[in-house]
Design a protein around this ligand. Structure first.
Ligand code: GDD
Ligand code: MN
Length: 399
């Protein structure tokens, strides 16, 4: 940690009266409107960030003097008690609120809901872990005071910016992921995957019905969903090390990113969950063949038994992968997993029968093995997808 962090951490959070005085003329009686209208809402998603909240607020208070601002934390019921901590802080800081979501996970949807909960004309999104340089916030407000700008992005990848202490692997993954979205979605800005940006409320609202809302990359979602291209300005900053706690970035986040890209490109024609289901299904074919080969290598195992083992392993694997990835947002847990697995295997069994039936029918009329085989796979996959979506994962909605 840098020395200035320590100096800032020294003091306790300031009580409401002091803060109201320096930021926003807060009336003591709630029936009197403030004479300084709210200008900026800083939306901060949190999951297990209990040890970062005070410090972040202290820094916001430091840099946002002279701007009427509020902070909206959106917490997904962090097990470490972040929400209770934030609610305690909000009793002393009138411009702090915490939305607490139960049974939900997702950085993008958390930010979206926070942004929709305020009347402030400018909306900033920043992480709670102090990796984003808060000193940029006043410059971002300044940039948006120009009506020709809709969105200001804090960029790690422009002249003057940087990713700080990342290792070579994370650097190269981030650079490649950035290039991929720039090409696929034809974006000109240097850091479309930034988690730190400020947008005019009207511009955000023009995108809100089209957002995919999946995963980590809300900025990319907004850029790709805007009905008319947003007018973007970028400002450089250097990504800092995390203050306290651990990153939530994992392999699933990478998968969510690919699914967001799929939704924003081919999503108009094919449901993204079907793409995900199909990709996992193709992987299942490889698993099947590998297990088949291995089983046949075991002495005394005949083909029928080997094939049975392979089908079972592939189905069970597919079930767990779909539960973790395709239906990440409505994952089955506990005993529901066992029930889900049984229903999944039954439904896919019927899918296999349909697959063979369709393939045989087309083959009978036409004779082309490749076309017949592919048609069977297509029908089987769509059946499996539809049946399991309805019977395994979407069941609670029917009740
Ligand atoms: N409410 C909620 N729900 N918040 C979440 C969730 C969630 O499921 N997952 C993560 N967060 C919060 C974290 O608590 C943190 O405040 C912020 O979102 C970012 O999470 P990190 O785990 O710190 O992500 P990172 O540092 O690896 O990546 C960040 O920076 C990148 C570069 O700017 C993210 O902002 C990325 O989107 C961004 O690309
Ligand atoms: Mn972080």
């Amino acid at each position: 940690m840098g020395g200035h962090h320590d100096a800032l951490r020294a003091g306790e959070p300031q009580p409401a009266a002091t803060i109201g005085g320096s930021n926003r003329a807060r009336p003591l009686s709630p029936s009197t409107p403030s004479d300084t209208p709210l200008e900026l809402a800083v939306v901060i998603p949190t999951f297990n960030e209990i040890d970062n909240a005070d410090e972040l607020l202290r820094r916001l208070q430091g840099v946002l003097a002279g701007i009427a601002w509020e902070a909206i934390f959106v917490d997904d019921d962090s097990p470490d008690g972040t929400a209770a901590k934030l609610q305690a802080l909000s009793r002393r800081w009138p411009q702090v609120r915490c939305l607490r979501r139960i049974g939900r996970r997702g950085l993008s949807s958390a930010c979206t809901e926070g942004m929709l909960s305020t009347g402030a004309p400018l909306l900033a999104v920043m992480d709670a872990d102090l990796q984003h340089d808060e000193a940029l916030l006043p410059q971002m407000v300044q940039a948006l005071r120009d009506p020709a700008v809709d969105l200001v992005v804090a960029s790690r990848y422009m002249q003057g910016g940087g990713v700080g202490q990342w290792d070579a692997t994370r650097r190269s993954i981030s650079a490649r992921a950035t290039q991929l979205s720039q090409r696929l979605l034809r974006l000109a800005l240097s850091d479309p995957l930034s988690g730190f940006f400020m947008i005019r409320k009207t511009a955000f609202e023009s995108t809100v019905y089209r957002l995919s809302g999946m995963g980590f990359k809300l900025l990319l979602d907004i850029l790709a969903s805007a009905p008319t291209p947003l007018r973007v300005k970028e400002l450089p900053y250097t990504f800092r090390p995390r203050h306290a706690g651990d990153s939530k970035l994992d392999n699933k986040v990478a998968w969510d990113y690919l699914m967001l890209l799929a939704d924003k490109t081919i999503g108009r024609w094919v449901p993204t969950r079907l793409v995900s289901f199909g990709a996992i299904g193709s992987f299942g074919v490889l698993v099947h063949l590998a297990v088949l080969r291995l089983s046949l290598a075991v002495a005394g195992v005949d083909f029928v038994h080997a094939q049975t083992v392979a089908v079972t392993v592939a189905m069970v694997g597919n079930f767990f992968l779909n539960n973790a990835l395709t239906y990440r947002d409505q994952q089955l847990r506990g005993w529901a997993v066992l029930r889900g697995l049984l229903v999944f295997m039954l439904a896919c069994g019927i899918g296999a029968v349909a697959n063979v039936g369709v393939a045989a029918y087309i083959h009978g009329g036409w004779g082309n093995w490749l076309v017949s085989g592919l048609a069977g796979i297509l029908v089987g996959t769509v059946w499996n997808y539809g049946a399991t979506a309805y019977l395994v994962w979407l069941k609670p909605r029917r009740r």
